[in-house]
Design a protein around this ligand. Structure first.
Ligand SMILES: NC(=O)c1ccc[n+]([C@@H]2O[C@H](COP(=O)([O-])OP(=O)(O)OC[C@H]3O[C@@H](n4cnc5c(N)ncnc54)[C@H](OP(=O)(O)O)[C@@H]3O)[C@@H](O)[C@H]2O)c1
Length: 305
């Protein structure tokens, strides 16, 4: 097979040695070298404009990221060709670690103690047990499902919202978002960005979260309405917010979010694709195409993810 690597963010030098080892009979090309259009599989993540202009033999578009809105939103992506998401075990593990760090930072009041230290103040906040807290998850997919189990193992109560009804052991699963938010102390967004989910964390929804709670957004910046978040922090309704993703990335130096005392910022690092664990999953899908089988984790264009 001829495999095209097309990304403005992922670096072929990190991927090619691992890909070549996993797929020794296949040939790798890095965009803009498209082997005169003779390409069977495109590996993409923030693909350059025009990537798909002349790939008539394409059999699979394999994302190197878990989020695929860049592919779905590009009208130049050929619609007849299957698009597969990457489910990378290393990325799922990394997201779990990041989210647990944020949840514990809020739950154990470390965001407060950092400020107290700044002010040379010796003061104790009330202690809560994990079982006193409910963590609400927007999205119970590959990431949300794994994180729900990790939070349950730590004795947090977990509520989760998904598009279709779900059953996860120990998790209060619902398709009623308002009901889920009203019982949540901390809310974690792990949704794909679609027309239905854009702006979902707005004033009304944020105010349903219980007082002194936090919002953790590790999905996409477009899910969260920033002026509504700032109002909820400034009024004291929310205790803190953890933001890893932003509508404009990098976050502009002039953004007021940088210096807001109620916000912890990370530069879209909640979970990075880990080529060492991702390549096996990509190779598995390519082997499926070689055998004439349907690839795994196909994108549902109608649902938008
Ligand atoms: N910050 C980072 O570093 C980073 C890294 C990786 C991924 N991400 C983000 O995380 C997102 C989630 O990844 P994933 O692999 O967990 O996705 P996934 O497996 O597709 O799961 C998405 C979940 O969201 C639910 N959902 C989607 N649309 C909905 C709607 N309109 N109403 C209610 N629920 C809805 C789905 O419901 P159903 O279960 O009913 O389908 C599913 O439970 C990605 O799209 C990406 O944007 C961020």
């Amino acid at each position: 097979m001829n495999i095209l690597f097309a990304s403005q963010k992922e670096k072929p030098e990190f991927w090619f040695p691992l890909l070549q080892k996993a797929l020794p009979a296949d040939r790798l090309y890095a965009w803009p070298d498209t082997n005169d259009g003779d390409i069977d599989v495109a590996l993409v993540a923030t693909h350059p404009k025009g990537t798909f202009a002349n790939l008539p033999k394409l059999k699979l578009i394999q994302s190197m990221w878990m989020g695929v809105e860049n592919i779905i939103d590009d009208p130049q992506v050929p619609r007849g060709v299957p698009v597969a998401r990457l489910i990378d075990p290393g990325m799922v593990a990394a997201m779990g670690e990041t989210v647990i760090a944020y949840v514990l930072d809020w739950h154990r009041h470390f965001y407060c103690y950092r400020q107290f230290q700044n002010d040379r103040t010796w003061k104790r906040r009330r202690q809560y047990l994990a079982s006193d807290r409910t963590i609400g998850l927007l999205g119970l997919g590959e990431l949300g499902g794994s994180i729900a189990a990790k939070l349950r193992a730590m004795d947090f109560n977990v509520a989760g919202w998904s598009r279709r009804p779900k059953k996860l052991e120990g998790v209060a699963c619902t398709t009623d978002l308002d009901e889920m938010l009203s019982r949540s102390d901390a809310v974690l967004c792990l949704l794909p960005l679609t027309p239905e989910t854009r702006g979902i964390l707005n004033k009304d929804r944020i105010h349903r979260i219980r007082k002194d709670g936090c919002v953790i957004n590790v999905a996409r910046g477009g899910h969260l309405v920033i002026p509504d978040l700032l109002a909820a922090l400034d009024s004291g309704h929310l205790a803190h917010a953890y933001l890893d993703v932003f509508e404009t990335e990098p976050l502009p130096a002039g953004s007021p979010l940088w210096s807001h005392p109620g916000i912890t910022i990370t530069p879209h690092i909640a979970a990075l694709t880990e080529p060492r664990t991702a390549v096996g999953k990509i190779a598995e899908n390519i082997e499926r195409v070689r055998r004439g089988e349907a690839p795994l984790h196909l994108v549902d264009f109608a649902a938008g993810y």
